[in-house]
Ligand binder design. Structure first.
Ligand code: FE2
Ligand code: FE2
Length: 181
């Protein structure tokens, strides 16, 4: 099981987001929450409900979770060392793999005659994510490295929780009902 733990205290807005995630995680079967003093620590684990029933898609989703974990590992260091090259590399990997994964899914949907209207919506959501991850990767890393890492981590988690559980499940259901594994 992959476990990721991250925490932050900062602006009121960030705190609100974290408490929202704590609430979400409390309802989840495999997540654990640890609080230490005023810091909130969320143990983020791969959950059975992320499973699409399609082996290759699940393999790719797990790899994306791993890439989010790389962001967390850098964030967790929390030292004053300049991590420019490492952050650049991790964000580059996340961007490249995101584009690869979305391309794979879109081809899979088209190959299996997934509903064209639903496909277009899905494709638009992918495009929005690619735009966002590129912005994250291209921003001025030197300005505030921890902020860059936290933003990227939040992006990745938001995607895992929402896109996989909601949007991806629509085509996964359609495909698995037609025997795609
Ligand atoms: Fe996906
Ligand atoms: Fe998708």
């Amino acid at each position: 099981m992959q476990i990721y733990c991250f925490f932050a205290i900062g602006t009121k807005r960030q705190t609100f987001l974290l408490y929202f995630m704590v609430d979400f995680a409390e309802k989840s079967r495999y997540s654990r929450i640890i609080t230490y003093k005023r810091q909130v620590c969320i143990v983020f684990a791969w959950k059975e409900q992320y499973g699409s029933g399609i082996a290759e898609v699940d393999k790719q989703h797990r790899h994306l979770v791993q890439l989010a974990g790389n962001l967390y590992e850098l964030l967790q260091l929390g030292d004053k060392v300049d991590r420019y090259d490492e952050i650049r590399q991790v964000l580059g990997e996340l961007t490249d793999y995101t584009i690869y994964h979305f391309g794979y899914e879109e081809e899979l949907m088209q190959k299996n005659n997934f509903d064209p209207a639903a496909f277009k919506l899905h494709q638009a959501e992918h495009a929005a994510f690619v735009h966002k991850v590129k912005l994250l990767a291209e921003q001025d890393i030197d300005a505030d490295q921890n902020k860059v890492l936290m933003d990227a981590l939040m992006f990745a988690i938001g995607w895992i929780e929402k896109h996989i559980l909601d949007t991806d499940m629509k085509y996964a259901r359609y495909l698995t009902e037609r025997g795609v594994r």
